[in-house]
Design a protein around this ligand. Structure first.
Ligand code: XIL
Length: 451
């Protein structure tokens, strides 16, 4: 800072302009560029897979929820917002606002979207069950056409039919309006309609209690085998993978995924959550990830929520982040199994960062600069870098950082102002205004030092 200005006067100037600039939206933290392997999504990507989560539209406005989503995940599944009762509550009237909110959030950040779900006995509005067979067939196909058409070409995979088989040893189909009125053929019909509605989407059958080799998964297996033999379009099978002590990760989980893959379909882990805590939960999570990685056609994993706070089975604390968004041992186990490396416990060992400059607004007498600080593959708790201007330029104000100055007033060292803690690969930024005094040269940015 020019030595001619008292520090109190300068602080007043900085604070005043900080408010002004922040109000004008000029100073924004930005970026979610990830260091390789430092997050779930980045580590999974290195293995050629996505790592997704179920998302609820009504939580997207919560900063930590959105930040954790944006930092860690590369795919989303709307938890409820694309279900029949949400999008077609009364016959022929479709509402996509909540679903679109999730879709838009994901798409604008380059995340994949899994569509969930088109034909399911649950969360089905009452009017559907009241229809006669021929009307029901028309309504089912119309529902598929409208919903898939709304997102045509933009959905990675659709759960076309969900949970159509009974639990237990019968291997029978579950009773539902579709099954009871249209018979076994409704599943095939739904898949054929879906293929025509959006040929770009992968079409999945999705179910639970099919994670190991048992009567229910055998029944699904036989259906998929039959579909492949007869050319009924199906691309993937989803294994929900809701586990707890009564229903633990089966020892033949990998073998089961593999036998489906061998039928010529992709397999996806679609709704993973494992009740428990500590190292036993972590071990189970790690085993699921290892099983997927061992099956070439296991193309991705979706956990059924971000934080235990909002899990549908919240009391079982089944997710990777606790209620305060702290990473649990299960998180570290998943990241490690994926071959990633942030040290989920948050140790600063190996802390690194980068600093990149971009010019913002420019006027005849001055310009604004922005420096984006991005943590490397470990989380960091502090950073510093330098900004050097060319005399007679002067930096006259700053925001989102705590500056100190060398004696010439040309070299500013910037440290955090409440924005020192960054997750692996996460970014923040600070800004400043340079008076040109006749010289428009861009400032030089020094190396970023992290702690
Ligand atoms: C659950 C949601 O998580 C809850 O919010 C909702 O109340 C009920 O449905 N199988 C599925 C998911 O395919 O759609 C279900 O999601 C969980 C079981």
């Amino acid at each position: 800072m020019p030595s001619s200005t008292s520090s109190r006067a300068r602080r007043a100037l900085v604070l005043g302009l900080t408010g002004l600039l922040a109000a004008g939206g000029l100073a924004t933290a930005s970026g979610t560029a990830q260091a390789a392997g430092g997050t779930l999504g980045a580590a999974a990507a290195e293995k050629g897979r996505y790592f997704g989560t179920a998302v609820a539209a009504n939580h997207l406005g919560e900063a930590q929820y959105a930040a954790t989503l944006d930092t860690e995940f590369t795919s989303v599944t709307p938890e409820n917002e694309m279900k029949w009762d949400a999008v077609e509550p009364s016959r022929g009237s479709f509402t996509f606002s909540a679903a679109d909110q999730i879709f838009d959030h994901a798409q604008s950040r380059g995340m994949k979207v899994r569509g969930h779900t088109l034909v399911w006995h649950s969360q089905l509005p009452g009017w559907v069950g009241g229809l006669g067979a021929s009307d029901l067939r028309t309504a089912m196909n119309n529902h598929i056409n409208q919903v898939m058409g709304h997102y045509k070409g933009k959905i990675h995979s659709w759960d076309v039919v969900n949970e159509a088989f009974q639990d237990g040893s019968s291997g029978a189909r579950r009773s539902s309006p579709f099954q009871d009125k249209l018979g076994n053929g409704f599943i095939e019909e739904a898949f054929r309609t879906a293929r025509a509605a959006d040929p770009a989407a992968k079409l999945c059958y999705n179910d639970y209690n099919t994670d190991g080799i048992n009567a229910k998964s055998n029944a699904v297996y036989n259906m998929v085998k039959d579909f492949k033999a007869r050319g009924v379009p199906i691309d993937c099978v989803g294994f929900q993978s809701h586990f707890n002590s009564a229903s633990p990760v089966p020892s033949d989980y990998q073998a089961n995924l593999q036998r489906f893959a061998d039928l010529g379909v992709d397999v996806q882990i679609t709704e993973l959550d494992i009740e428990g805590s500590g190292s036993s939960q972590a071990t189970s999570y790690g085993n699921v990830v290892k099983a997927c990685l061992a099956v070439t056609r296991c193309t991705g994993i979706t956990v059924w929520g971000i934080t235990d706070k909002y899990s549908w089975r919240s009391s079982g604390t089944p997710l990777l982040f606790d209620s305060n968004y702290a990473k649990k041992p299960a998180y570290t186990a998943v990241l490690t199994a994926l071959g990633g490396s942030s040290g989920g416990g948050g140790t600063p060992d190996g802390a690194t960062c980068t600093a990149t400059y971009s010019k913002q607004e420019e006027w005849s007498d001055r310009f604004n600069g922005k420096v984006t600080i991005t943590a490397g593959s470990s989380p960091i708790t502090g950073w510093s870098t330098t900004v050097t201007v060319t005399s007679p330029q002067k930096i006259v104000t700053t925001w989102n950082g705590s500056p100190t100055w060398d004696s010439s007033g040309n070299v500013m060292t910037m440290r955090p102002n409440g924005n020192g803690t960054l997750a692996a690969g996460a970014s923040t930024s600070f800004g400043f205004t340079v008076m040109k005094n006749g010289n428009s040269t861009a400032p030089a940015i020094g190396a970023c030092t992290a702690s």
